[in-house]
Design a protein around this ligand. Structure first.
Ligand SMILES: NC(=O)C1=CN([C@@H]2O[C@H](COP(=O)(O)OP(=O)(O)OC[C@H]3O[C@@H](n4cnc5c(N)ncnc54)[C@H](O)[C@@H]3O)[C@@H](O)[C@H]2O)[C@H](O)CC1
Ligand SMILES: [K+]
Length: 483
Protein backbone atom coordinates (compact mmCIF):
# COMPACT_ATOMS: atom_id res chain seq x y z
CA UNK A 1 0.00 0.00 0.00
CA UNK A 2 1.36 3.38 -0.90
CA UNK A 3 -1.26 6.10 -1.07
CA UNK A 4 -4.56 5.41 0.72
CA UNK A 5 -7.49 3.50 -0.74
CA UNK A 6 -9.21 6.81 -1.59
CA UNK A 7 -7.33 9.59 -3.33
CA UNK A 8 -7.79 13.28 -2.51
CA UNK A 9 -7.58 15.97 -5.19
CA UNK A 10 -3.91 16.71 -4.39
CA UNK A 11 -2.98 13.03 -4.48
CA UNK A 12 -4.72 12.56 -7.81
CA UNK A 13 -2.70 15.41 -9.24
CA UNK A 14 0.51 13.82 -7.88
CA UNK A 15 -0.34 10.38 -9.29
CA UNK A 16 -1.24 11.96 -12.61
CA UNK A 17 2.06 13.84 -12.89
CA UNK A 18 3.99 10.77 -11.73
CA UNK A 19 2.27 8.72 -14.45
CA UNK A 20 3.49 11.29 -16.97
CA UNK A 21 7.00 11.07 -15.49
CA UNK A 22 6.81 7.30 -16.02
CA UNK A 23 5.88 7.87 -19.66
CA UNK A 24 2.07 7.63 -19.66
CA UNK A 25 0.56 10.95 -20.64
CA UNK A 26 -2.63 12.42 -19.29
CA UNK A 27 -4.09 12.22 -22.78
CA UNK A 28 -3.61 8.47 -22.70
CA UNK A 29 -5.33 8.33 -19.31
CA UNK A 30 -8.16 10.48 -20.64
CA UNK A 31 -8.62 8.12 -23.58
CA UNK A 32 -8.90 5.18 -21.18
CA UNK A 33 -11.22 7.12 -18.88
CA UNK A 34 -13.54 8.02 -21.75
CA UNK A 35 -13.48 4.45 -23.03
CA UNK A 36 -14.30 3.07 -19.57
CA UNK A 37 -17.07 5.63 -19.10
CA UNK A 38 -18.60 4.61 -22.43
CA UNK A 39 -18.63 1.01 -21.21
CA UNK A 40 -20.68 1.94 -18.15
CA UNK A 41 -23.02 4.10 -20.23
CA UNK A 42 -23.65 1.20 -22.62
CA UNK A 43 -24.52 -0.80 -19.57
CA UNK A 44 -27.30 1.60 -18.51
CA UNK A 45 -28.55 2.69 -21.96
CA UNK A 46 -30.86 0.79 -24.31
CA UNK A 47 -29.86 0.73 -27.97
CA UNK A 48 -32.40 3.37 -29.00
CA UNK A 49 -31.96 5.61 -25.95
CA UNK A 50 -31.18 9.27 -26.37
CA UNK A 51 -27.99 10.21 -24.53
CA UNK A 52 -27.19 13.78 -23.49
CA UNK A 53 -23.58 14.41 -22.56
CA UNK A 54 -22.92 17.61 -20.60
CA UNK A 55 -19.24 18.48 -20.58
CA UNK A 56 -17.44 21.21 -18.65
CA UNK A 57 -14.32 23.08 -19.74
CA UNK A 58 -11.81 20.95 -17.85
CA UNK A 59 -10.49 17.42 -18.17
CA UNK A 60 -13.63 15.98 -16.61
CA UNK A 61 -15.42 17.31 -19.67
CA UNK A 62 -12.57 15.96 -21.79
CA UNK A 63 -13.26 12.43 -20.52
CA UNK A 64 -16.84 12.79 -21.72
CA UNK A 65 -15.77 14.09 -25.12
CA UNK A 66 -13.77 10.89 -25.54
CA UNK A 67 -16.74 8.82 -24.32
CA UNK A 68 -18.91 10.47 -26.98
CA UNK A 69 -16.59 9.10 -29.66
CA UNK A 70 -16.95 5.61 -28.24
CA UNK A 71 -20.74 5.97 -28.20
CA UNK A 72 -21.05 6.65 -31.92
CA UNK A 73 -23.77 4.02 -32.32
CA UNK A 74 -26.16 5.91 -30.03
CA UNK A 75 -28.39 8.91 -30.56
CA UNK A 76 -26.07 11.13 -28.63
CA UNK A 77 -25.73 14.90 -28.22
CA UNK A 78 -22.78 16.65 -26.60
CA UNK A 79 -23.24 20.00 -24.88
CA UNK A 80 -20.13 21.93 -24.03
CA UNK A 81 -20.70 24.38 -21.19
CA UNK A 82 -18.77 27.46 -22.19
CA UNK A 83 -16.99 28.81 -25.21
CA UNK A 84 -14.75 26.30 -27.07
CA UNK A 85 -12.03 28.98 -26.96
CA UNK A 86 -12.13 28.77 -23.16
CA UNK A 87 -11.54 25.02 -22.94
CA UNK A 88 -9.10 24.79 -20.07
CA UNK A 89 -6.64 22.16 -21.26
CA UNK A 90 -4.99 21.22 -24.55
CA UNK A 91 -6.06 17.59 -24.33
CA UNK A 92 -9.73 18.45 -23.74
CA UNK A 93 -9.55 20.91 -26.64
CA UNK A 94 -8.03 18.28 -28.95
CA UNK A 95 -10.88 15.93 -28.10
CA UNK A 96 -13.43 18.69 -28.73
CA UNK A 97 -11.86 19.44 -32.11
CA UNK A 98 -11.99 15.73 -32.99
CA UNK A 99 -15.69 15.60 -32.10
CA UNK A 100 -16.40 18.71 -34.13
CA UNK A 101 -14.89 17.04 -37.19
CA UNK A 102 -16.97 13.92 -36.60
CA UNK A 103 -20.66 13.30 -37.12
CA UNK A 104 -21.46 13.50 -33.40
CA UNK A 105 -24.05 16.22 -32.69
CA UNK A 106 -22.47 19.02 -30.63
CA UNK A 107 -23.58 22.38 -29.28
CA UNK A 108 -22.10 24.95 -26.95
CA UNK A 109 -23.80 26.93 -24.22
CA UNK A 110 -21.95 30.09 -23.28
CA UNK A 111 -21.65 31.59 -19.88
CA UNK A 112 -25.38 32.12 -19.49
CA UNK A 113 -28.14 30.54 -17.48
CA UNK A 114 -29.97 29.29 -20.59
CA UNK A 115 -29.86 25.53 -20.47
CA UNK A 116 -32.30 23.01 -21.88
CA UNK A 117 -32.28 19.26 -22.30
CA UNK A 118 -33.72 17.30 -25.22
CA UNK A 119 -35.72 14.85 -23.11
CA UNK A 120 -32.84 12.36 -22.87
CA UNK A 121 -33.04 8.86 -21.39
CA UNK A 122 -29.49 9.02 -20.11
CA UNK A 123 -27.54 12.08 -19.00
CA UNK A 124 -23.77 12.01 -18.64
CA UNK A 125 -22.64 14.52 -16.05
CA UNK A 126 -19.07 15.61 -16.86
CA UNK A 127 -19.20 19.27 -15.89
CA UNK A 128 -16.83 19.18 -12.93
CA UNK A 129 -14.49 16.57 -11.54
CA UNK A 130 -11.63 16.85 -9.12
CA UNK A 131 -10.84 20.38 -10.34
CA UNK A 132 -13.81 21.95 -8.55
CA UNK A 133 -13.25 24.94 -6.31
CA UNK A 134 -15.94 26.59 -4.23
CA UNK A 135 -19.68 26.88 -4.77
CA UNK A 136 -21.21 26.00 -8.14
CA UNK A 137 -20.94 28.89 -10.59
CA UNK A 138 -22.89 29.49 -13.79
CA UNK A 139 -23.51 27.98 -16.19
CA UNK A 140 -22.85 24.80 -14.19
CA UNK A 141 -25.29 25.67 -11.40
CA UNK A 142 -28.28 26.00 -13.74
CA UNK A 143 -27.30 22.90 -15.71
CA UNK A 144 -26.97 20.87 -12.51
CA UNK A 145 -30.50 21.95 -11.50
CA UNK A 146 -31.88 20.91 -14.90
CA UNK A 147 -30.07 17.55 -14.74
CA UNK A 148 -31.47 16.86 -11.29
CA UNK A 149 -35.01 17.63 -12.47
CA UNK A 150 -34.82 15.57 -15.65
CA UNK A 151 -36.55 12.21 -15.88
CA UNK A 152 -33.39 10.37 -16.96
CA UNK A 153 -30.71 8.06 -15.65
CA UNK A 154 -27.78 10.25 -14.63
CA UNK A 155 -24.24 8.86 -14.81
CA UNK A 156 -21.55 11.09 -13.30
CA UNK A 157 -17.98 10.80 -14.53
CA UNK A 158 -15.32 10.56 -11.81
CA UNK A 159 -17.45 12.39 -9.21
CA UNK A 160 -20.88 14.05 -9.31
CA UNK A 161 -20.34 17.65 -10.39
CA UNK A 162 -20.32 19.55 -7.10
CA UNK A 163 -18.58 16.92 -4.96
CA UNK A 164 -15.23 18.19 -3.75
CA UNK A 165 -12.94 15.16 -3.82
CA UNK A 166 -10.50 16.76 -1.39
CA UNK A 167 -12.98 17.41 1.41
CA UNK A 168 -15.88 15.05 0.51
CA UNK A 169 -18.14 18.14 0.75
CA UNK A 170 -21.16 18.38 -1.57
CA UNK A 171 -21.81 21.89 -2.92
CA UNK A 172 -25.37 23.23 -2.82
CA UNK A 173 -27.16 22.15 -5.96
CA UNK A 174 -24.63 19.39 -6.76
CA UNK A 175 -25.66 16.77 -9.30
CA UNK A 176 -27.39 13.77 -7.72
CA UNK A 177 -26.47 10.84 -9.97
CA UNK A 178 -27.91 7.35 -10.27
CA UNK A 179 -24.49 5.91 -10.90
CA UNK A 180 -20.89 7.06 -10.86
CA UNK A 181 -17.93 5.82 -12.86
CA UNK A 182 -14.78 6.99 -11.13
CA UNK A 183 -11.25 6.68 -12.44
CA UNK A 184 -8.26 4.80 -11.05
CA UNK A 185 -9.37 4.80 -7.38
CA UNK A 186 -12.41 5.80 -5.31
CA UNK A 187 -12.59 9.43 -4.18
CA UNK A 188 -13.62 10.69 -0.74
CA UNK A 189 -17.38 11.17 -0.45
CA UNK A 190 -18.43 8.70 -3.17
CA UNK A 191 -19.29 5.80 -0.90
CA UNK A 192 -21.65 8.03 1.11
CA UNK A 193 -23.76 8.80 -1.97
CA UNK A 194 -25.60 5.50 -1.77
CA UNK A 195 -25.44 4.83 -5.53
CA UNK A 196 -23.43 2.26 -7.47
CA UNK A 197 -19.84 3.38 -8.08
CA UNK A 198 -17.73 1.71 -10.77
CA UNK A 199 -13.99 2.14 -10.32
CA UNK A 200 -12.46 2.07 -13.79
CA UNK A 201 -8.85 1.13 -14.38
CA UNK A 202 -7.45 3.77 -16.74
CA UNK A 203 -3.92 2.44 -17.08
CA UNK A 204 -2.15 4.55 -14.47
CA UNK A 205 1.23 2.79 -14.53
CA UNK A 206 1.98 0.65 -11.49
CA UNK A 207 4.63 2.66 -9.69
CA UNK A 208 2.96 6.06 -10.10
CA UNK A 209 2.09 5.85 -6.41
CA UNK A 210 5.02 3.74 -5.27
CA UNK A 211 7.88 5.73 -6.77
CA UNK A 212 8.59 9.26 -5.65
CA UNK A 213 8.61 11.21 -8.90
CA UNK A 214 8.30 14.80 -9.96
CA UNK A 215 4.55 14.80 -9.29
CA UNK A 216 5.45 14.71 -5.62
CA UNK A 217 6.89 18.20 -6.02
CA UNK A 218 3.27 19.38 -6.12
CA UNK A 219 3.36 19.18 -2.32
CA UNK A 220 5.66 22.21 -2.35
CA UNK A 221 4.13 25.63 -2.63
CA UNK A 222 5.22 29.20 -2.12
CA UNK A 223 2.01 31.23 -2.41
CA UNK A 224 2.26 34.92 -3.32
CA UNK A 225 0.80 35.96 0.04
CA UNK A 226 3.35 33.97 2.10
CA UNK A 227 4.61 35.45 5.36
CA UNK A 228 7.86 35.06 7.22
CA UNK A 229 7.47 31.96 9.34
CA UNK A 230 5.11 30.10 6.98
CA UNK A 231 7.97 27.82 5.93
CA UNK A 232 9.24 26.97 9.32
CA UNK A 233 12.19 27.32 11.65
CA UNK A 234 14.69 24.50 11.86
CA UNK A 235 17.26 23.75 14.55
CA UNK A 236 20.32 21.68 13.60
CA UNK A 237 22.10 20.09 16.56
CA UNK A 238 25.48 18.70 15.63
CA UNK A 239 29.22 19.13 15.55
CA UNK A 240 32.03 18.24 17.90
CA UNK A 241 34.55 16.00 16.19
CA UNK A 242 33.32 17.36 12.86
CA UNK A 243 32.45 20.93 11.89
CA UNK A 244 31.42 20.68 8.24
CA UNK A 245 28.50 18.31 8.80
CA UNK A 246 26.26 20.64 10.85
CA UNK A 247 27.09 23.53 8.51
CA UNK A 248 26.09 21.45 5.47
CA UNK A 249 22.85 20.32 7.09
CA UNK A 250 21.93 23.88 8.10
CA UNK A 251 22.75 25.35 4.68
CA UNK A 252 20.72 22.59 3.02
CA UNK A 253 17.75 23.42 5.23
CA UNK A 254 18.05 27.06 4.16
CA UNK A 255 18.26 26.10 0.49
CA UNK A 256 15.14 23.97 0.96
CA UNK A 257 13.13 27.02 1.87
CA UNK A 258 13.06 27.05 5.67
CA UNK A 259 12.59 30.63 6.86
CA UNK A 260 15.10 30.42 9.66
CA UNK A 261 17.74 27.85 10.51
CA UNK A 262 19.78 27.88 13.69
CA UNK A 263 22.71 25.57 14.21
CA UNK A 264 23.62 24.55 17.75
CA UNK A 265 27.23 23.36 18.05
CA UNK A 266 29.86 23.07 20.82
CA UNK A 267 31.33 26.49 21.66
CA UNK A 268 34.81 25.22 20.82
CA UNK A 269 33.92 24.94 17.12
CA UNK A 270 31.35 27.75 16.85
CA UNK A 271 33.67 30.15 15.02
CA UNK A 272 34.75 27.51 12.59
CA UNK A 273 31.14 26.58 11.79
CA UNK A 274 30.19 30.24 11.39
CA UNK A 275 33.14 30.58 9.03
CA UNK A 276 31.46 28.32 6.49
CA UNK A 277 28.75 30.87 5.76
CA UNK A 278 27.38 34.20 6.86
CA UNK A 279 23.88 32.73 6.33
CA UNK A 280 24.25 30.52 9.39
CA UNK A 281 22.92 31.53 12.80
CA UNK A 282 25.17 29.67 15.22
CA UNK A 283 23.99 28.95 18.78
CA UNK A 284 26.93 27.59 20.76
CA UNK A 285 26.56 25.34 23.79
CA UNK A 286 29.40 24.86 26.32
CA UNK A 287 32.20 22.43 25.66
CA UNK A 288 33.97 20.65 22.87
CA UNK A 289 31.23 18.10 22.26
CA UNK A 290 27.58 17.54 23.14
CA UNK A 291 27.22 16.36 26.75
CA UNK A 292 24.34 16.22 29.26
CA UNK A 293 24.65 19.79 30.67
CA UNK A 294 23.72 21.13 27.22
CA UNK A 295 20.53 19.08 26.98
CA UNK A 296 18.12 21.31 28.94
CA UNK A 297 19.09 24.53 27.14
CA UNK A 298 18.83 22.67 23.82
CA UNK A 299 15.35 21.39 24.72
CA UNK A 300 14.28 24.99 25.43
CA UNK A 301 15.75 26.16 22.14
CA UNK A 302 14.23 23.24 20.22
CA UNK A 303 10.76 24.07 21.55
CA UNK A 304 10.86 27.29 19.49
CA UNK A 305 11.48 25.41 16.24
CA UNK A 306 9.22 23.47 13.89
CA UNK A 307 11.72 20.68 13.43
CA UNK A 308 15.13 19.55 14.65
CA UNK A 309 17.94 17.84 12.74
CA UNK A 310 19.87 15.81 15.28
CA UNK A 311 23.17 14.15 14.58
CA UNK A 312 25.38 15.70 11.88
CA UNK A 313 28.98 15.61 13.07
CA UNK A 314 28.19 14.80 16.73
CA UNK A 315 30.42 11.73 16.80
CA UNK A 316 29.84 8.58 18.78
CA UNK A 317 31.46 9.49 22.12
CA UNK A 318 29.79 7.82 25.06
CA UNK A 319 28.92 11.11 26.78
CA UNK A 320 27.50 12.49 23.54
CA UNK A 321 25.29 9.47 22.93
CA UNK A 322 23.87 9.63 26.43
CA UNK A 323 23.15 13.35 25.87
CA UNK A 324 21.37 12.47 22.62
CA UNK A 325 19.34 9.89 24.52
CA UNK A 326 18.46 12.42 27.23
CA UNK A 327 17.43 14.95 24.59
CA UNK A 328 15.13 12.51 22.81
CA UNK A 329 13.67 11.28 26.09
CA UNK A 330 12.20 14.74 26.76
CA UNK A 331 11.71 16.09 23.23
CA UNK A 332 8.15 16.10 21.90
CA UNK A 333 8.53 17.77 18.53
CA UNK A 334 9.62 16.48 15.11
CA UNK A 335 13.23 15.39 14.68
CA UNK A 336 15.26 14.10 11.77
CA UNK A 337 17.84 11.79 13.33
CA UNK A 338 20.98 11.02 11.35
CA UNK A 339 24.50 9.63 11.65
CA UNK A 340 25.79 8.63 15.07
CA UNK A 341 22.65 9.84 16.82
CA UNK A 342 20.91 6.84 15.21
CA UNK A 343 22.77 4.56 17.60
CA UNK A 344 20.44 5.41 20.49
CA UNK A 345 17.18 5.29 18.55
CA UNK A 346 16.02 1.67 18.73
CA UNK A 347 16.04 1.74 22.52
CA UNK A 348 15.08 5.30 23.38
CA UNK A 349 11.66 6.04 24.89
CA UNK A 350 10.41 9.24 23.27
CA UNK A 351 7.24 11.15 22.51
CA UNK A 352 8.96 12.83 19.58
CA UNK A 353 7.96 12.29 15.96
CA UNK A 354 11.05 10.79 14.42
CA UNK A 355 12.34 10.57 10.88
CA UNK A 356 15.47 8.42 10.89
CA UNK A 357 17.81 8.48 7.90
CA UNK A 358 20.12 5.45 8.16
CA UNK A 359 22.19 4.03 5.34
CA UNK A 360 21.93 0.29 4.91
CA UNK A 361 24.61 -0.52 7.50
CA UNK A 362 22.98 1.78 10.05
CA UNK A 363 19.60 0.25 9.20
CA UNK A 364 20.97 -3.17 10.12
CA UNK A 365 22.46 -1.80 13.32
CA UNK A 366 19.00 -0.44 14.19
CA UNK A 367 17.61 -3.95 13.93
CA UNK A 368 16.56 -4.02 10.29
CA UNK A 369 17.35 -6.77 7.84
CA UNK A 370 19.11 -5.69 4.69
CA UNK A 371 18.43 -7.50 1.42
CA UNK A 372 20.15 -7.50 -1.94
CA UNK A 373 17.03 -6.55 -3.91
CA UNK A 374 15.23 -3.37 -2.97
CA UNK A 375 11.75 -4.89 -3.13
CA UNK A 376 12.60 -7.21 -0.22
CA UNK A 377 14.49 -4.45 1.53
CA UNK A 378 11.41 -2.23 1.23
CA UNK A 379 9.34 -4.85 3.03
CA UNK A 380 11.95 -5.07 5.76
CA UNK A 381 12.09 -1.29 6.11
CA UNK A 382 8.31 -1.20 6.50
CA UNK A 383 8.50 -3.88 9.16
CA UNK A 384 11.09 -2.04 11.26
CA UNK A 385 9.30 1.31 10.82
CA UNK A 386 6.08 -0.25 12.10
CA UNK A 387 7.89 -1.85 15.01
CA UNK A 388 9.67 1.36 16.03
CA UNK A 389 6.68 3.63 15.28
CA UNK A 390 8.62 6.12 13.19
CA UNK A 391 9.40 7.10 9.62
CA UNK A 392 12.51 5.49 8.18
CA UNK A 393 14.40 6.74 5.14
CA UNK A 394 16.91 4.04 4.29
CA UNK A 395 19.52 5.42 1.92
CA UNK A 396 20.86 3.35 -0.94
CA UNK A 397 20.87 3.27 -4.74
CA UNK A 398 17.09 3.36 -4.28
CA UNK A 399 16.05 5.25 -1.16
CA UNK A 400 13.24 3.54 0.73
CA UNK A 401 10.81 5.54 2.82
CA UNK A 402 8.30 3.91 5.12
CA UNK A 403 6.29 4.66 8.22
CA UNK A 404 5.08 1.08 8.38
CA UNK A 405 1.79 1.92 6.65
CA UNK A 406 2.98 3.52 3.45
CA UNK A 407 6.21 2.59 1.68
CA UNK A 408 7.73 4.47 -1.23
CA UNK A 409 10.93 4.41 -3.23
CA UNK A 410 12.93 7.31 -4.60
CA UNK A 411 15.25 6.54 -7.48
CA UNK A 412 17.07 9.83 -7.94
CA UNK A 413 20.76 10.04 -7.10
CA UNK A 414 23.88 8.45 -8.53
CA UNK A 415 27.12 6.72 -7.54
CA UNK A 416 28.87 10.09 -7.28
CA UNK A 417 26.92 10.70 -4.10
CA UNK A 418 28.68 8.07 -2.02
CA UNK A 419 31.09 10.82 -0.87
CA UNK A 420 31.02 12.16 2.68
CA UNK A 421 28.53 14.90 3.53
CA UNK A 422 25.69 14.01 1.16
CA UNK A 423 23.87 12.44 4.10
CA UNK A 424 24.14 15.74 5.99
CA UNK A 425 22.54 17.47 3.02
CA UNK A 426 19.72 14.92 2.96
CA UNK A 427 19.13 15.40 6.69
CA UNK A 428 19.00 19.19 6.29
CA UNK A 429 16.64 19.06 3.30
CA UNK A 430 14.37 16.59 5.07
CA UNK A 431 14.45 18.67 8.26
CA UNK A 432 13.32 21.75 6.39
CA UNK A 433 10.53 19.86 4.63
CA UNK A 434 9.43 18.30 7.93
CA UNK A 435 8.92 21.82 9.31
CA UNK A 436 5.82 22.16 7.12
CA UNK A 437 4.93 18.69 5.78
CA UNK A 438 4.00 15.43 7.49
CA UNK A 439 6.98 13.13 8.16
CA UNK A 440 6.37 10.64 5.35
CA UNK A 441 6.01 13.15 2.51
CA UNK A 442 8.87 15.21 3.99
CA UNK A 443 11.19 12.19 3.94
CA UNK A 444 10.02 11.10 0.48
CA UNK A 445 10.61 14.52 -1.01
CA UNK A 446 13.87 14.90 0.92
CA UNK A 447 15.20 11.77 -0.76
CA UNK A 448 13.93 12.78 -4.20
CA UNK A 449 15.24 16.36 -4.06
CA UNK A 450 18.66 15.51 -2.64
CA UNK A 451 19.17 12.75 -5.21
CA UNK A 452 18.10 15.01 -8.02
CA UNK A 453 20.42 17.78 -6.82
CA UNK A 454 23.23 15.22 -7.13
CA UNK A 455 22.04 14.22 -10.58
CA UNK A 456 22.11 17.86 -11.68
CA UNK A 457 25.72 18.24 -10.53
CA UNK A 458 26.79 15.06 -12.33
CA UNK A 459 24.91 16.00 -15.52
CA UNK A 460 26.81 19.25 -15.53
CA UNK A 461 30.33 18.03 -14.95
CA UNK A 462 30.47 14.32 -14.29
CA UNK A 463 31.57 12.52 -11.16
CA UNK A 464 33.84 14.07 -8.56
CA UNK A 465 31.12 15.98 -6.77
CA UNK A 466 31.54 17.13 -3.19
CA UNK A 467 28.61 17.54 -0.83
CA UNK A 468 28.68 21.34 -0.92
CA UNK A 469 28.09 21.16 -4.70
CA UNK A 470 24.60 19.97 -3.89
CA UNK A 471 23.63 23.09 -1.96
CA UNK A 472 22.80 25.44 -4.79
CA UNK A 473 21.24 22.62 -6.85
CA UNK A 474 18.68 21.93 -4.12
CA UNK A 475 16.40 24.85 -5.09
CA UNK A 476 16.63 23.84 -8.76
CA UNK A 477 15.80 20.25 -7.88
CA UNK A 478 12.77 21.47 -5.96
CA UNK A 479 11.34 24.01 -8.34
CA UNK A 480 12.43 23.65 -11.96
CA UNK A 481 10.47 20.46 -12.62
CA UNK A 482 7.23 21.53 -10.94
CA UNK A 483 4.55 19.73 -12.94
N1 LIG B 1 -5.65 10.49 -12.99
C1 LIG B 1 -6.92 10.78 -13.14
O1 LIG B 1 -7.70 10.50 -12.26
C2 LIG B 1 -7.36 11.44 -14.36
C3 LIG B 1 -8.47 12.27 -14.35
N2 LIG B 1 -8.97 12.86 -15.44
C4 LIG B 1 -10.16 13.66 -15.33
O2 LIG B 1 -9.77 14.99 -15.03
C5 LIG B 1 -10.64 15.52 -14.07
C6 LIG B 1 -10.06 16.74 -13.43
O3 LIG B 1 -9.83 17.67 -14.44
P1 LIG B 1 -9.45 19.19 -14.21
O4 LIG B 1 -9.21 19.78 -15.53
O5 LIG B 1 -8.37 19.27 -13.22
O6 LIG B 1 -10.71 19.82 -13.51
P2 LIG B 1 -12.29 19.71 -13.79
O7 LIG B 1 -12.57 19.23 -15.15
O8 LIG B 1 -12.87 18.94 -12.65
O9 LIG B 1 -12.80 21.21 -13.62
C7 LIG B 1 -12.05 22.35 -14.04
C8 LIG B 1 -12.97 23.40 -14.66
O10 LIG B 1 -14.07 23.68 -13.85
C9 LIG B 1 -14.15 25.06 -13.52
N3 LIG B 1 -14.66 25.16 -12.15
C10 LIG B 1 -13.99 24.88 -11.02
N4 LIG B 1 -14.78 25.04 -9.96
C11 LIG B 1 -16.00 25.43 -10.42
C12 LIG B 1 -17.23 25.76 -9.77
N5 LIG B 1 -17.35 25.71 -8.45
N6 LIG B 1 -18.29 26.12 -10.54
C13 LIG B 1 -18.17 26.17 -11.88
N7 LIG B 1 -17.02 25.89 -12.57
C14 LIG B 1 -15.93 25.51 -11.83
C15 LIG B 1 -12.74 25.55 -13.68
O11 LIG B 1 -12.73 26.92 -13.96
C16 LIG B 1 -12.23 24.70 -14.82
O12 LIG B 1 -12.61 25.23 -16.06
C17 LIG B 1 -10.93 14.36 -13.19
O13 LIG B 1 -12.07 14.55 -12.38
C18 LIG B 1 -11.11 13.25 -14.22
O14 LIG B 1 -12.43 13.26 -14.70
C19 LIG B 1 -8.24 12.70 -16.72
O15 LIG B 1 -9.01 12.76 -17.81
C20 LIG B 1 -7.51 11.36 -16.76
C21 LIG B 1 -6.60 11.20 -15.62
K1 LIG C 1 -18.53 14.96 -13.02
Amino acid sequence: MTFGSELTGREIAIVDANAAALGVTRKQLMESAGNAAAGVIRDVADADDRIEIVAGRGNNGGDALVAARFLGAYDCRVTLLGDPDDIGTDIARENWDALERSTVETRTIGDSTAFDLSDPDVIVDAMLGTGISGALREPVATAAGAINEADATVVSLDVPSGLDASTAALADGAVRPDRVVTFHKPKPGLSELGVPVDVADIGVPPGAEYFVERGDLLRLSRPADSHKGDFGEVLVIGGGPYTGAPALAAQSALRSGADLVRVAVPAAIADEVQGYSEDLIVRPFDGTQLTEPAVDPLLDLAADHDSVVLGPGLGAGEATLSAVEAFLADFEGTAVVDADALRVVPDVETEATLICTPHRGEFERMGGQDAADWETRAENVAELAAELGMTLLVKGPADIISDGKSTRVSRTGNPGMTVGGTGDVLAGVTGALAATLDPHPAASLGAYVTGRAGDLVVEERGYGLVASDLLDRVPTAMWDEQP
